[in-house]
Design a protein around this ligand. Structure first.
Ligand SMILES: [Zn+2]
Length: 208
C-alpha cells in the first residue's frame, strides 16, 4: 500500500471522494485491467462518507419512445460497496453516474499534475530529503531512549548482584548473572544500532 497515495476532493457538494493513485508501473496495470469495463476508476476510488470502495454497476434503463418503440439504455454507475452491501453505516449517496465521476477525477488529477509540473525538481528533492532526515532523526532518538533504558536496567541488575553477594537480595547470584548477561547483550546491540542510526542521520544531512 505504501506505493500508493490517496488524495481527496469534493465536487459541488455532490459528494466527497478519495482516489487511490498508483505509481506509473502499477497504474498501467490498473488502467489496462479496467479498460475492459470502460471505467477508469472502478475499485480505485473510495466513498468519502464511509471509506468503502466504489465499484462499477450496470443496469438497463428502459423507456418508451414517442413512436411506441421500447428502448433499453445501459446505465453505468459507481456504487458504494459499503452502502449497497450494508457493510458500513454510509450516509452518502449509493451511486454516482460513471462519466460524471470519471470527468471529475480526471479534472482533479490534471490539476495535481499541473501543480507538480510547476514545482522545480530541486524543491521536490529537498522536501523528500527533509522527510528522510526527520524519519532518521526520530529513529535515532527512539534507539537512544531504548539504549538509555537498557543501561539503567543493567545498572540496577548489577546493584542487585552486589546485594545478592551480601545476602540481601531475594534473587540468586546465578539467576542474576543470566539476567545481567542478557541485558549486556541487548545494550551492546542497541549501542551499535544507535551508532548506525547516527551515521544515517549524518549522511542524510550531507546529501541535503
Ligand atoms: Zn459509502
Amino acid at each position: 500500500m505504501s506505493d500508493f497515495s490517496i488524495f481527496s476532493f469534493t465536487v459541488l457538494g455532490s459528494g466527497y471522494f478519495s482516489v487511490l493513485c498508483a505509481p506509473a508501473s502499477k497504474a498501467s496495470a490498473i488502467i489496462s485491467s479496467n479498460l475492459s469495463v470502460h471505467a477508469l476508476l472502478s475499485g480505485n476510488v473510495f466513498c468519502g462518507h464511509c471509506g468503502a470502495r466504489l465499484h462499477l454497476s450496470t443496469a438497463n434503463k428502459c423507456y418508451t419512445k414517442a413512436d411506441g418503440t421500447k428502448v433499453r439504455k445501459p446505465r453505468i454507475r459507481y456504487v458504494c460497496y459499503g452502502k449497497t452491501r450494508k457493510i458500513t453505516p454510509c450516509e452518502g449517496q449509493s451511486a454516482y453516474i460513471q462519466h460524471k465521476l470519471d470527468s471529475m477525477v480526471e479534472k482533479v488529477v490534471k490539476e495535481i499534475f499541473e501543480r507538480i509540473n510547476g514545482v522545480p525538481k530541486s524543491t521536490i528533492i529537498n522536501s523528500r530529503c527533509k522527510e528522510e532526515l526527520a524519519v532518521r532523526k526520530a529513529n535515532s532518538k527512539r534507539l537512544q531512549t531504548e539504549y538509555a533504558k537498557e543501561l539503567e536496567k543493567l545498572n540496577k541488575l548489577r546493584e542487585e548482584v552486589v546485594k545478592s553477594i551480601q545476602g540481601e537480595s531475594a534473587f540468586s547470584q546465578s539467576m542474576l548473572a543470566g539476567l545481567v548477561e542478557d541485558s549486556e547483550k541487548k545494550a551492546e546491540s542497541l549501542k551499535m544500532q544507535c551508532e548506525k542510526a547516527e551515521r544515517d542521520v549524518e549522511s542524510s544531512k550531507n546529501t541535503h
